[in-house]
Design a protein around this ligand. Structure first.
Ligand code: SF4
Length: 319
């Protein structure tokens, strides 16, 4: 347990939608993240990745399951109890514009967590942390007095990263941090996160909607479909030997630059729309779109089980 910064067991997050409907955003998700490791969590929009992240950081009260941060069960802690623990776990959001206060200068945005956690007493003292951090994320002291709207998307995300890293957390939850950025900027942001990880040994839960985005950052990859984890294994394994039909479909939908290779690729196995999480299909939730579905798939939930050493998949046909 000592090497694990986060352990999530059977995490379930349901939301009421109207008088009788329930959104099954996350259902029984389990994984752990070791110190210094990155777990990439992937799936289509609406599959529950962000709900999972927000439950872990306790923006929501989990419906069921257990969240252990650095050996401490935080599942049912009050916001007051959580406050000192938040230093260990920070979040970077997808939309750096919406997540930054438009009326605060960059200096104040980055200094705010230092003051909230009593690391420093005054804004003056905070500057000793803020200016080196600005440099560390590729900005300069000149940027400190400006406002978020004066920056490009990439620069805004650097401010969001600086704010998340200023408390030197052990774990950062990155909720689609590069999805809203130009492709040319994505690699810069990913490199920044990776370099900082190598310096400080922090862990990331890196959320993305396609497997190509997590390829170069992840040690472990988890694939979610409609609230459930359907595959979990070492990153290189998932790209070389995916097991779950949904993962295979996600991989085959990654664009390939070489037209010859593109023709050789299997066509995407994912057809149709993601079913509603209000009334998810019974049995394997992927059965309505799976090209290999059998009768049993609509009747029995396939458990996530270890099909080969370290490689877990939730499919009746795997193994
Ligand atoms: Fe497809 Fe059945 Fe496997 Fe689900 S359990 S992924 S429907 S083969």
């Amino acid at each position: 347990m000592s090497g694990r910064i986060l352990e999530v067991t059977g995490l379930t997050q349901h939301f009421k939608a109207g008088r009788h409907a329930v959104v099954h955003a996350v259902d029984g998700v389990s994984f752990s993240i070791r110190r210094g490791e990155t777990l990439g969590l992937v799936g289509e929009s609406g599959c529950g990745k962000s709900s999972c992240a927000r439950s872990i950081i306790r923006m929501y009260d989990p419906t069921d399951g257990k969240i252990v941060l650095d050996g401490e069960d935080i599942t049912h802690m009050s916001q007051k109890e959580l406050q000192p623990r938040r230093r260990k776990m920070q979040m970077i959001f997808q939309d750096p514009y919406a997540s930054l206060n438009a009326r605060m200068t960059v200096r104040d945005i980055i200094a705010e967590p230092l003051l909230a956690h009593h690391v420093v007493k005054t804004k003056q003292e905070a500057n000793d942390y803020v200016y080196p951090m600005l440099e560390r994320v590729g900005l300069t002291a000149e940027h400190a007095g400006r406002y978020a709207h004066e920056f490009s998307g990439g620069q805004r995300q650097r401010v969001g990263i600086a704010r998340a890293l200023i408390l030197q957390p052990d774990l950062v939850i990155c909720d689609e941090p590069i999805s809203a950025l130009d492709v040319s900027i994505q690699a810069q942001v990913v490199n920044l996160l990776r370099d900082y990880q190598q310096e400080r040994g922090l862990a990331y839960l890196f959320i993305a909607h396609d497997l190509s985005m997590v390829r170069y950052v992840s040690d472990v990859v988890g694939v979610m479909y409609l609230g459930r984890l359907v595959e979990l294994c070492a990153a290189e394994e998932i790209y070389k030997a995916p097991l779950h039909p949904y993962t295979k479909g996600l991989l085959s939908s990654i664009p390939v630059a070489d037209p010859k290779l593109a023709r050789q690729k299997e066509s995407s196995g994912i057809e149709g729309d993601l079913p509603s999480p209000v009334d998810p299909p019974p049995g394997c939730r992927f059965h309505t779109r799976c090209p290999y579905a059998k009768d049993v798939c609509a009747q029995q939930v396939p458990p996530l089980r270890e099909v080969s050493p370290g490689h877990h998949a939730a499919c009746h046909l795997c193994g």
